[in-house]
Design a protein around this ligand. Structure first.
Ligand SMILES: Cc1ncc(C[n+]2csc(CCOP(=O)(O)OP(=O)(O)O)c2C)c(N)n1
Ligand SMILES: [Mg+2]
Length: 534
């Protein structure tokens, strides 16, 4: 094995490059200078956010859209803690993001002696959030540790990873041998499970498919499966777009609508693909599908979670659906699936329009500006979960970047930045509330510097609208939720962006279309209006 004399920083950057990393998101500091020295001239693009939380969310958006792990590089202590919420969000949405930080030196007492950026237990803090973490103890271990982190992130269920390198090792040199990427195989379910599932599927008369984020890499197989069965397909938030929402079998996204419970009860078989059937997707209670549920999941621990299946297929969703499809070829989609889908779709549309009445005009206007492969990066704002989730059709997997589960605020803008870096030729729109956007508004400066033509729609209701409503519903005093309205367009211009203030949500589509042709981000400020009462 050929070895090279490398610093820890060089060994890290070389190992990242060997794993196909061409873009990283990060902020330099005193303790990671050797990483930055190695990054300069490495050929790896460095995107400079304005806060490590922005770096983490951007790396997440990049990973979702590129299908490759994102990489977030921070310095010690407060810097990696700033990225921790992004690590938590990536964990809950099964996104592979590698967080890399220097740690306190080997042999540091770690009980507080006033060292710069010192934390009591930095690795422990991150280990409690990510799927896989490690701390190296020598420069020679760095290529192995990077290979192990990538193996952990790209095998089985995707999760974020954390790599800590004691800070003095980044400048130390050693003879370093490269470690090639681990080529992991694809997990397939047992032949017996496939046979049993196929028999149940073939016997079903009114099947339903629920597709989650775990089906994102199986879009073609999922479409073939649904067409063979003649089964309507409804998706979770993370699965939105895996089957084009133009498709005659698509019921769109959003499992929480009251009609979904009726649809499940009307169906004699439910096939759930790559979804936890999570409370954060179902909102009003668990799925009632006892005795008629087949689950396909790469993660065996997800199989009994939230609902018990009659048959579990543990494996890669594309491989598993392909195996099922080859056993179901004779079916040819009979069973009146399209008519059944059309009837449920119109009921679901009514649910969505009722719940999202305040956002229907905005979504319809935005839809006119979007290509079929457009990406929407949303936030934990009502305009996204009552609005876009079920009222804005999207047509590609991983095109709705949304913080489910952990439900963090401030995700949408930096996630859009990561998405646009990953796919510069696709339309990428960010949509946030006036509260959430302020959590990471500084990222407008980075997006302007990088000349990213992202329309950033702010749906303004003057405060923490959802929380205001929840306080009122509980008959509590409504307080600490009014934010006033900053001069958003002036703020955006000060950060190097274009900006426009609209009179009506019906103007959003035109503003977005113009923003796509710009040389920088455009903040689009629109007040939330209750169209239903107009
Ligand atoms: C990091 C984080 N802090 C706090 C919350 C709690 N929270 C949930 S929704 C919400 C209000 C968000 O306001 P805005 O972004 O304006 O959206 P709106 O509810 O008004 O549509 C808050 C504070 C959260 N989800 N995430
Ligand atoms: Mg608001």
């Amino acid at each position: 094995m050929t070895t090279t004399t490398q610093s820890g920083g060089q060994a890290l950057v070389a190992a990242l490059a060997a794993h196909g990393v061409d873009t990283v998101f990060g902020i330099p500091g005193t303790h990671n200078l050797a990483v930055y020295a190695a990054l300069a001239g490495s050929g790896i693009t460095h995107v400079l956010p304005r806060h490590e939380q922005g770096a983490g969310y951007a790396a997440d958006g990049y990973a979702r859209v590129s299908g490759k792990p994102g990489v977030c590089i921070t310095t010690t202590g407060p810097a990696i803690l700033n990225a921790a919420a992004a690590a938590a969000q990536a964990y809950s949405d099964s996104v592979p993001v590698l967080f890399v930080a220097p740690g306190l030196p080997l042999g540091h007492p770690s009980n507080g002696n006033g060292y710069l950026h010192e934390l009591k237990n930095q690795r422990g803090a991150m280990d409690s959030i990510v799927g896989h973490s490690q701390r190296v103890t020598s420069v020679e271990e760095i290529p192995l540790a990077v290979a192990q982190c990538f193996a952990a992130m790209t095998t089985g269920r995707a999760r974020p990873a954390y790599l800590e390198i004691p800070l003095e090792l980044l400048d130390a040199t050693a003879e370093v041998a490269p470690v090639p990427p681990v080529q992991s195989g694809v997990a397939t379910p047992t032949a017996d499970a496939v046979r049993r599932a196929a028999a149940q599927i073939a016997a079903a008369e009114r099947p339903l498919v629920i597709a989650g984020g775990g089906s994102s890499a199986a879009a073609a197989e999922l479409r073939d499966f649904a067409e063979l069965l003649g089964a309507p397909v409804i998706t979770t938030a993370n699965g939105k777009g895996v089957l084009s929402e133009h498709h005659p079998l698509s019921l769109g996204a959003g499992l929480h609508h009251p009609t979904v419970a009726e649809l499940v009860s009307d169906s004699d078989l439910v096939v759930a693909v790559g979804t936890e059937l999570a409370p954060s997707d179902l909102w009003y209670g668990p799925l009632q599908a006892e005795g008629k549920l087949i689950r396909i999941d790469i993660d065996p621990t997800a199989v009994p979670t939230n609902a018990q299946p009659t048959v579990a297929l543990v494996g890669d969703s594309a491989e598993t659906l392909r195996a099922l499809n080859s056993r179901l070829e004779g079916l040819h989609g009979g069973r009146g699936g399209q008519e059944r889908a059309a009837a449920w779709r119109s009921r679901l549309r009514a649910d969505a329009e009722r719940e999202g009445a305040r956002y229907v005009t905005l979504c319809a206007s935005l839809d006119k500006a979007l290509d079929d492969d457009a990406i929407l990066a949303g936030d934990s704002a009502m305009a996204c979960y009552y609005g876009a989730l079920s009222n804005l059709p999207l047509h590609r997997p991983r095109s709705f970047l949304y913080p489910t589960g952990v439900g963090t605020l401030g995700y949408g803008l930096p996630a859009a930045i990561g998405a646009k870096v990953a796919a510069p030729d696709r339309q990428v729109v960010a949509m946030l509330g006036d509260g959430g956007v302020m959590f990471t508004i500084a990222e407008l400066a980075g997006a302007a510097q990088a000349r990213l033509a992202i329309p950033v729609i702010i749906v303004d209701n003057g405060g923490y609208g959802e929380i205001r409503n929840e306080m009122a519903d509980r008959h509590d005093a409504v307080h600490a939720v009014e934010l006033g309205t900053p001069d958003f367009p002036a703020l955006a211009r000060a950060l190097g962006c274009h900006a426009v203030a609209l009179d009506s949500p019906a103007q959003v589509g035109d503003a977005v279309a113009e923003a796509f042709g710009s040389d920088r981000p455009t903040l689009i400020h629109v007040h939330e209006t209750d169209e239903a009462t107009r």
